[in-house]
Design a protein around this ligand. Structure first.
Ligand code: PMP
Length: 355
């Protein structure tokens, strides 16, 4: 750290992204990316010579075409849509814009919430989950703060219903309720339709998971016109060209082949069911998941040992060093072939331990 760094940034811990190792080729089941590539419309869009020649110009700061395409797809108006450089950017903007009275989120959830709290100097309170990792919604009633919930939650994969989100919105009329639906396409109920009823609801989505575009960095949100304008204000005060032209075209193209991504999500759900069954047959406890990952533990091997031994066999999963979940690993659902390989390696590891 240099002598020049503002002391307010000195003490907080940065977010640690999942590993993207370059040393070996791994079966990568650690960052919840899609195992399937973007569809042909995306390839065609980003290879268009006209688009490439337009890269000398700034991207459209209003992102009107992308917003219109998203609005049509999700049955809202373009004025309800905000787009960003990955959904992390929207989360950060929301902490900046709406976190002045503090922020409330589950103790076990997406690790970046805490970092956004710290970097924006927001007071935040982490609410414990119940023993089975579920969220008790009454813990978020009359909070006097912005409420942030990943739904489904990460890394547990458990979800609350639309009805429950509606109650949280009702019970926090003076504060924003942010529902992070990064993983919603894998089986949970989306709350996008509720934005017509609740002016305090902000629903955040990403192209990084079900839409196979994690590297393009594209996030979007749905909210009332007024909340959306607030986010625009933060964007135009920080980075008006937050979404680049290539990514915007990739996003529009992906919407034109929506059924391809829906089919991939269905395949992932099927593979999830298969993997869950296989893991259970080896004695693993598997939290029922509505996401593209499973959160698992076993009495036969510690979370840390499983993580390191799988890594030595070139399979990467995610282990979190936090005491309450140290027994667990989060395993992204890949292709059926990847999951078969995972199960083969886990069997090997358990046999080697028994030998
Ligand atoms: N929310 C949750 C719950 C996530 O797990 C992630 C991915 N790490 C994000 C948001 C951010 O996704 P992105 O910035 O790639 O859109």
């Amino acid at each position: 750290m240099s002598q020049f760094l503002d002391p307010k940034y000195a003490s907080f811990e940065e977010y640690t992204p999942g590993e993207q190792p370059k040393d070996f080729v791994y079966t990568k089941l650690n960052t919840n990316e899609s195992p399937y590539p973007p569809g042909p419309a995306v390839t065609k869009a980003v290879s268009d010579p006209d688009l490439i020649s337009r890269l000398r110009l700034y991207s459209d700061p209003t992102m009107s075409r992308l917003k219109k395409a998203l609005a049509d797809r999700y049955d809202v108006s373009p004025e309800n849509v905000f787009v960003s450089n990955g959904s992390d950017e929207i989360l950060n903007f929301a902490f900046m814009a709406f976190g002045q009275d503090g922020v409330l989120f589950p103790e076990i959830s997406y690790g970046f919430y805490e970092v956004f709290g710290d970097v924006n100097q927001r007071e935040y309170r982490k609410v414990p989950l119940l023993d089975d990792f579920s969220i008790r919604i009454s813990d978020y009633f009359d909070s006097g703060k912005m409420v942030v919930l990943a739904n489904p939650n990460a890394p547990t994969g458990k979800a609350v219903s639309r009805e429950e989100v509606a109650r949280i919105c009702e019970k926090n009329k003076d504060h924003v309720v942010l529902i992070d639906e990064a993983y919603v396409d894998f089986g949970a109920e989306s709350c996008v339709s509720l934005i017509k009823k609740y002016e305090n609801l902000l629903v955040v989505h990403t192209y990084s998971k079900s839409r196979s575009l994690a590297g393009a960095r594209l996030g979007f949100s749905f909210a009332s016109e007024t909340l959306t304008k607030d986010l625009e204000k933060i964007k135009f005060s920080t980075n008006p060209y937050n979404v680049n032209s290539l990514t915007a075209e990739a996003g529009i193209a992906a919407l034109s082949e929506d059924s391809y991504y829906q089919e991939n999500a269905e395949k992932i759900k099927k593979t999830r069911t298969w993997t869950e069954k296989e893991l259970r047959s080896l004695g693993f406890e598997v939290i029922p998941s509505l996401s593209n990952f499973l959160f698992v533990r076993s009495d036969l091997i510690s979370g840390e040992e499983l993580y390191f031994t799988l890594k030595s066999k070139r399979v990467l999963v995610r282990h979190f060093d936090s005491p309450k979940i140290t027994d667990y690993n989060r395993i992204t659902i890949g292709t059926p072939e990847q999951m078969e390989l995972l199960m083969q390696k886990i069997r090997e590891i358990l046999e080697e331990k028994n030998a």
